[in-house]
Write a new protein. Structure first.
Length: 146
């Protein structure tokens, strides 16, 4: 990090117009859009997962999960390298967050009970990538995604 920039706050008015617009824009996804695509996770968990994903999307902790999502996507004919939302959140990061999320004791149904294909579909729905989610659903008719 540049020492001159350390600790300084950035004023959006001082940035190039394109950069300022990116910083100030609203996220291109919403809980309503997620639900419209058949999403099953409650709004509180959705918001928590999306916040974490936007902060952590540039890295993965577990390579095995990346390989698992890739094989599920490949079998379904989609490439996760090109399936990204406008904010740049990687669906594999959301998948990882959902996979390692611990079920609270007082909750009956939780996404930790979902299989890999279901979690990847939920990840894609969260990014409002309906056609990619549908490709996985179509490839796995024996799994309930509702």
């Amino acid at each position: 990090m540049n020492k001159e920039m350390q600790g300084s706050e950035v004023d959006a008015n001082e940035l190039p117009e394109e950069t300022a617009a990116i910083i100030e824009r609203e996220p291109p996804y919403s809980y309503e859009g997620y639900i419209a695509l058949g999403g099953r996770i409650d709004e509180e968990n959705y918001q928590r997962v999306m916040k974490r994903a936007s902060e952590e999307s540039s890295h993965f902790r577990v390579n095995q999960l990346r390989d698992q999502t890739r094989s599920t996507a490949d079998v379904s004919g989609i490439s996760l390298d090109v399936v990204r939302d406008e904010a740049g959140i990687d669906p594999r990061c959301i998948y990882e967050i959902l996979r390692y999320d611990v079920k609270p004791a007082d909750v009956k149904d939780h996404h930790s009970q979902m299989c890999d294909q279901q979690l990847l579909v939920e990840s894609l729905r969260m990014l409002e990538q309906g056609s990619a989610a549908q490709a996985i659903i179509d490839r796995h008719p024996h799994i309930s995604f509702n």
